[in-house]
Design a protein around this ligand. Structure first.
Ligand SMILES: Nc1ncnc2c1ncn2[C@@H]1O[C@H](COP(=O)(O)OP(=O)(O)OP(=O)(O)O)[C@@H](O)[C@H]1O
Length: 310
């Protein structure tokens, strides 16, 4: 059964095209990661699916209906990026309060245990740390046992341990049969959770495939080398993107993003390219996005992702 779908959806904010002719569907039981840099359109996509916004054109469906109808949203649990919690209520009280809106909520003890929140049950939410607040917000998205959970950057600001608690809770909830869609900047998070990965950039779907296939796409190496300014590297096997750096002595320092670094280096040697000072590193996620966006003829996002891929 198709849980959510977008068909040729475009959404703009003034001159900004946040989503550009996006088509995507998610089937029951999938765990899908939406991966993309800042401003890619991930939050906009989730806001359309959860009925908070309307598309300019195209069709959005949630459980077969219009997400702007309350009836379609029964069965949906969401956590926005920013969560407002009543500051004077305790963690336990908020869990109970939210649970009362649902016919068969998770018992308070189960919610607290799944998310490692037992010790905080009597703490007022106003006194929680940013990370604890985040964990509670995700827990609240699951209180009503939704069939579909949409999570916008669920672990931003969490330390490693809290992040792992949350991942485990989401995995278990998915294993119980739920469909989960989450956005993230972190390749590591998507790797830990998702079976299917949708890479979004510049408002477009750049890749939609199994985790293994997308990891292959972003499994780039960054090769740095100095060559005479007259030597071109872009046609060589394995080289995806070539960036020119500063002049260095009698040559120029170039960075090559290589999908197959071994093939690239073999070609350098075979073709007698007079290179020196060769260095090789893992490429960052930002660089991986750059190759995807360049290849598809889309302008790369202007706000880069800062974190290294792995
Ligand atoms: N309410 C709004 N008004 C104006 N522009 C907006 C609005 N919401 C989003 N945008 C713009 O639309 C584009 C997509 O934004 P969106 O928040 O969907 O990206 P994102 O992938 O979720 O980014 P992030 O990872 O930073 O949350 C951005 O250029 C953003 O500035």
């Amino acid at each position: 059964m198709t849980v959510l779908s977008l068909t040729n959806v475009t959404r703009t904010f003034g001159p900004v095209v946040a989503l550009d002719d996006v088509s995507l569907s998610v089937e029951e039981g999938e765990l899908v990661g939406l991966l993309g840099p800042n401003g890619a359109g991930k939050t906009t996509l989730l806001s359309l699916v959860s009925g908070l916004r309307r598309p300019d054109s195209g069709v959005v469906r949630l459980f077969g209906g219009d997400p702007r109808d309350a009836a379609s949203r029964i069965g949906l649990g969401t956590t926005p990026q920013d969560t407002g919690l009543p500051p004077t209520l305790t963690v336990g009280e908020v869990v109970d309060l939210v649970g009362r809106h649902y016919p068969a909520p998770m018992p308070r003890a189960e919610v607290l245990a799944r998310f490692g929140l037992e010790d905080l049950v009597r703490r007022q939410t106003g006194g929680l740390s940013g990370g604890q607040r985040r964990r509670l917000a995700v827990a609240l998205a699951l209180v009503g046992r939704p069939r579909l959970v949409l999570l916008d950057e669920p672990t931003t600001g969490l330390d490693v341990e809290a992040r792992h608690v949350l991942w485990q809770a989401l995995r278990e909830y998915h294993a119980d049969g739920a469909t989960v869609v989450l956005t993230s900047h972190y390749l590591e998070e998507i790797e830990a959770l998702a079976d299917r990965v949708v890479v979004v950039g510049g408002g477009r779907v750049l890749a939609d495939d199994s985790l293994a296939a997308v990891l292959g796409l972003v499994g780039l190496r960054r090769v740095l080398l100095t060559v005479p300014a007259s030597v071109r590297l872009d046609g060589l096997p394995g080289a995806s993107v070539v960036q020119d750096g500063a002049p260095s002595g009698d040559g120029v320092r170039r960075t090559v993003l290589a999908s197959d670094a071994d093939a690239f280096v073999r070609a350098l040697v075979r073709q007698d390219v007079p290179f020196r000072d060769l260095e090789m590193r893992g490429a960052s996620l930002e660089e991986a996005f750059l190759t995807l966006t360049t290849r598809d003829g889309v302008t790369a996002p202007d706000q880069p992702v800062e974190e290294a891929a792995r």
